[in-house]
Design a binder for this molecule. Structure first.
Ligand SMILES: [Zn+2]
Length: 395
């Protein structure tokens, strides 16, 4: 227990043990809203309270119907997972992509109520996808019996760098249709909700420590390989936004000085050798029509040599870039997401080789590399998590 906690609780009602207990209960509830289900040990670490205090608070909150507990495992040991029960508040997560929009509804205890997905044409207008998302949200609310008054906000994932000073997509982004658009105002009007906008890779990273299997991970890097390549960083347990909010642009790290010109204006960026677009281009040269990502994944799984060669080159280049990140921030884990995730070990193996070749050996050997188990929902789930975290931060 810190002196600060005593002081703040004391200010509410000087000398009152019940005020202190009430304050600690709110702290536990806010932590669960921020992180999702946590073990009692993790709750103690996150709040700074003793395990005995946490145990008492959890018992009291269970009796009051504010949290539920369920058996789980932590580091291979049996533990009790604690989940907040606040069914009135519902967060919306919306993931806009180049060719899709996904909407998810989640309760405060990180329980997914439902989700909707729609395919969109590449090059669609941003306004059109906002209208589609608003209609999908209405449908989803009807289907799940959720009223608009229950919605506490919408988290929005955009596959491009967002300048946090303006909440706008910067030039050179993969979605040129969104540049110069006042996304915040448009979405607030279309959804009639407070909105929280972030880059899709940042939300993918947030999903791993809230919905994923890395809830107790302090330093994590989420890597999304798609038409663009981006990373989301979790440092010391929190998303890292840097100065302008534009972080993790690993797709524009230089891999070949004399390489192809990139859309960012530089030369030889990782994206010019390792995006899904380059992959399709290389493998479609002898085809009558461009291959789909799904067919490339199928070919890789049956051992097609050209496909495996391209994936190997792509993976080594990605691993090289990740080695620079690993040397800089020494994360516990790199989690991969995006449309190539179904490749599993076929893609992870060359990335691991690239990482080990270019990182300091002790870092290369001690950094885990895995695929996200959240699949292509990670960004929408992370967007809902962003809302839940914001609501937990309210006084
Ligand atoms: Zn570039």
């Amino acid at each position: 227990m810190t002196a600060d906690l005593h002081a703040r609780a004391g200010n509410q009602n000087p000398g009152s043990q019940s005020a202190l207990r009430g304050f600690n209960e709110q702290r536990v509830l806010a932590t669960l809203r921020t992180h999702g289900t946590l073990t009692q040990a993790a709750l103690a670490r996150s709040t700074g309270l003793s395990t005995a205090t946490i145990s008492n608070i959890v018992k009291s909150l269970v009796s009051a119907g504010r949290v539920s507990t369920s058996p789980t495992t932590s580091s291979g040991r049996r533990a009790l997972g604690v989940t907040v029960l606040d069914e009135a508040d519902v967060a919306v997560g919306i993931d806009f992509g180049r060719s899709h929009v996904r909407v998810a509804l989640a309760q405060a205890g990180f329980r997914l109520l439902g989700e909707e997905y729609a395919a969109l044409e590449v090059g669609h207008l941003a306004a059109a996808s906002i209208d589609v998302a608003a209609r999908m949200l209405e449908t989803l609310c009807e289907r799940t019996g959720t009223s608009h008054s229950q919605l506490i906000g919408a988290g929005i994932g955009i596959p491009g760098p967002i300048d946090h000073r303006t909440n706008m997509v910067i030039r050179g982004a993969i979605l040129p249709e969104w540049v110069d658009l006042d996304i915040d105002a448009r979405l607030r009007q279309a959804l009639d909700l407070p909105v929280f906008i972030d880059n899709d890779s940042n939300l993918g990273a947030l999903a791993q420590i809230t919905w994923g299997e890395h809830q107790e991970c302090a330093n994590l890097c989420f890597l999304k390989i798609g038409s663009g390549i981006g990373t989301g960083l979790i440092l010391n347990g929190s998303p890292y936004y840097g100065n302008l909010g534009i972080t993790g642009e690993i797709g524009h790290s230089t891999i070949f000085d004399q390489g192809l010109i990139c859309r960012c204006g530089n030369r030889g960026c990782l994206e010019t050798v390792a995006s899904t677009g380059i992959m399709v281009e290389l493998l479609s040269r002898t085809e009558s029509a461009p291959l789909s990502i799904e067919s490339i994944i199928e070919r890789a799984k049956v051992g097609d040599s050209a496909t495996l060669r391209v994936i190997d080159d792509l993976g080594m280049a990605v691993g090289h870039a990740l080695a620079n990140v690993a040397n800089l921030i020494n994360p516990e884990v790199f989690v991969l997401g995006g449309p190539l995730a179904p490749l599993g070990e076929i893609l992870l193996a060359p990335i691991r080789r690239g990482l080990q070749r270019h990182a300091i050996p002790v870092i290369g050997d001690n950094t885990t590399l895995c695929m996200s188990l959240l699949g292509d929902r990670a960004e929408a789930l992370g967007a809902a998590a962003l809302v839940l975290r914001q609501s937990a931060a309210l006084p």
